[in-house]
Design a protein around this ligand. Sequence first.
Ligand SMILES: *Cc1c(COP(=O)(O)O)cnc(C)c1O
Length: 377
Amino acid sequence: MNIRLFKPCIGDEELEAIKEAFGRAWLGLGPKVNEFEKMWSNFIGCKDSVGVNSGTAALHLALSSFRFPAGKKVLVPVMTFASTAMAVLYNNLQPVFVDMDEMTSGISMEDLERKYDKDCVAVIPVHFGGHPVAMDQLNSWAKSRNLKVIEDSAHSAGGKYKGKALGTWGDIGCFSFEEKKCMTTGDGGMISSDDEELLKPLRHSRWVGINKDTWQRVKETSSSSHNDPYHWYYEISDIGYKYNMNDLMASIGIVQLDKLENMNNRREEILTAYLQGIQNCEKVRPGIPYHLENSSYWMFMVKVKQRDKFILYMKDKGVSTGVHYIPLTFHPYFQPFKTETPVADQAWKEFVTLPLFPELSTEEINYIIQCINDYKG
Ligand SMILES: *Cc1c(COP(=O)(O)O)cnc(C)c1O
């Protein structure tokens, strides 16, 4: 056995979509990006979406849309991928690290209240591993403190909380289509909101600040009624980045979005098997309270007391493992922002991520469960 940790679920349909993009010979920012954005908005149920080239770029731009004064503070979980906090620093803001909730491994509501002060302007909840943050509670708390909510939904494309799509609860939602996530475009990301005015400037800032994309200009020029020698004209009125999604990514995204519900259902099935399979195992316990209905769990995380031993044991059995994540303040770069996060500082030492992807076979799942149950510690 040699079982990897994550594997994108891609095949002939994606290849066909790429082939069509090649046939059109338009690979950059173009009509497929618009099409994918509309499909995405429809799918999650929001007014508008802007496609970018990564989830990190999505977070950077989403936060920039509020034009917070430099030096203000943004509350972020300490237990997340680096991008959540990097996006704060890209905007010349200060990350304030919030401890983990022991039960959910997501952001702790109690510690949010403790860490809040008057300089805080926003909070970025992360649906850790795909487990939804209680967004109704978080939103009402944030509103009472006058904070903007940027939802980092990188782990939870297609998931819901109380029947409403994750990524549509906050002021802005950010998604990642990196190859390991719930669905992929190779690399890619999406910014979604019901506030179209908030997103409008982001169409420029993802395209080096240019107020008219090339496809728009080509379309206008080629229309028969067009007779404007200034068709090439555009304006730059604000800072911009080279963050656009391109037609190649969007072509893959359209196919993947079509498959997303099936892929998430398959993840649910696998998690059901895992959770049943290890329910009597004392050494290895689920690390997240998996509520599987309407879910989009991106990883299978367990807690193991002697983690290193378990990781080597699984390696010996041919099963890949990972650790998500080292608390961010343990990294040298984030150390100046260190705060008290006693729960995360302890809990992460037991975290182990096990294989989860739609194409994991029943045989492989049963094998992994067997290995876990045979583990003597
Ligand atoms: C993956 C991830 C991101 C960044 O997404 P990319 O597409 O890889 O840039 C942001 N936040 C979290 C929590 C992630 O896991």
